[in-house]
Ligand binder design. Structure first.
Ligand code: 3Y8
Ligand code: NAP
Length: 256
């Protein structure tokens, strides 16, 4: 058995630790989006594969037997490529993902379907807005220049974002409730924009917004291809163990 983890999330890191502790042969993969990605307890590669063809070739060259797509729910293209490469090569593939957040009593969410819809939702008088969607999609908000944006980024942007009034804070999650409460209060934030990432790493800002009674523009997830999904590391380990059992056919099929 040899596992390839497509990483970049808290769940991917937890799976990497579990495989490392069990001595299960595995590789970890980052896209190379940030300058210093978190070190992993597995051999790690950084950078794209070169599309579906490149990924399929990599799976063969590295003799991967199991592909785990533990990328972020918004990493749509990587997830589509993982499904396609697994189909092409016949290699088993499972996604490790977390359920979306759901609004609770006291939440003031405006759920939108895309970044573009989130931009449109900001039409109106100037506000102080926490834009907690990272770096890649900031330019879209240039069409709502009236706001003062607080941008939380992992790395300092090479070029200033095209937002006339903005401030950058550099921070990498997982985030804490105390930290996010202080951030929202210190900067007088009046509205948040974020992605429905799910998971524990970025939920603090939503709890803080609820406590402060702040509205949230929540960008819902893109549709992902049909695939086998696990929500916990234990489910992935069971899948790997079951698959590697000497005769992994279900008992009923073994006629016992
Ligand atoms: C490079 C690798 C771990 C993983 C930690 C999780 C939690 C903290 C919360 C906010 C939201 C955001 C952003 C975020 C979170 C975890 C997780 C998560 C959101 C790192 C990491 C990589 C990235 C890429 C980066 C994106 C950006 C998105 C910042 C590592 C730290 C906003 C997503 O500058 C850039 O180009 C950044 C790009 C993709 C979204 C964007 O479009 O800008 N993540 N984030 C991965 C790679 O190269 O393959 O160093 O850990 C990982 C984590 N970021 O092991 O503990 O599991 O989600 N990441 C979002 O959710 O909206 C921050 O500020 O509140
Ligand atoms: P994406 O748009 O779905 O993927 C774009 C391309 O980036 C892919 O086609 C692939 O390039 C490369 N890629 C993506 N993830 C990779 C990985 N783990 N290993 C190797 N190559 C990868 O991806 P994204 O949304 O930019 O996310 C990039 C990384 O950041 C992922 O690891 C993801 O888990 C992490 N992340 C993303 C978000 C987010 O909000 N999108 C949040 C937290 C963490 P090729 O086509 O050349 O193979």
């Amino acid at each position: 058995m040899k596992v390839l983890i497509l990483g970049g999330t808290t769940e991917a890191s937890a799976l990497a630790s579990a495989l490392g502790e069990r001595g299960i042969p595995a590789l970890f993969s980052y896209a190379g989006r940030v300058a210093t990605p978190k070190p992993q307890p597995l051999p790690t590669r950084v950078g794209g594969f070169g599309g579906v063809t490149g990924l399929a070739a990599f799976l063969g060259e590295e003799r991967i037997t199991h592909l785990v797509d533990a990328t972020h729910p918004f990493a749509e293209q990587m997830s589509r490529h993982a499904v396609a490469a697994a189909q092409q090569t016949g290699i088993r593939c499972q996604a490790l993902t977390r359920p979306p957040w759901l609004p609770e009593a006291g939440d003031r969410w405006q759920q939108v379907a895309s970044v573009e819809a989130a931009v449109a939702a900001l039409a109106g008088p100037a506000e102080r807005i926490l834009l907690a969607i990272g770096r890649q999609q900031l330019a879209a908000f240039a069409s709502q220049p009236q706001h003062h944006y607080l941008l939380r980024l992992v790395d300092a942007p090479e070029v200033a974002p095209p937002l006339p009034r903005h401030r950058v804070i550099l921070d990498r999650g997982p985030f804490t409730l105390d930290g996010d409460l202080a951030l929202l209060q210190e900067h007088g934030i009046q509205r948040l924009v974020c992605k429905n990432a799910g998971g524990a790493g970025a939920i603090a800002k939503l709890t803080a917004a609820r406590q402060l009674g702040l509205p949230v523009v929540m960008i819902e997830r893109p549709a992902l291809p049909q695939r086998q999904e696990a929500h916990t590391v234990e489910e992935v380990l069971a899948w790997l163990t079951h698959d590697s059992a000497p005769d992994s056919a279900p008992r009923a099929e073994r006629g016992v």
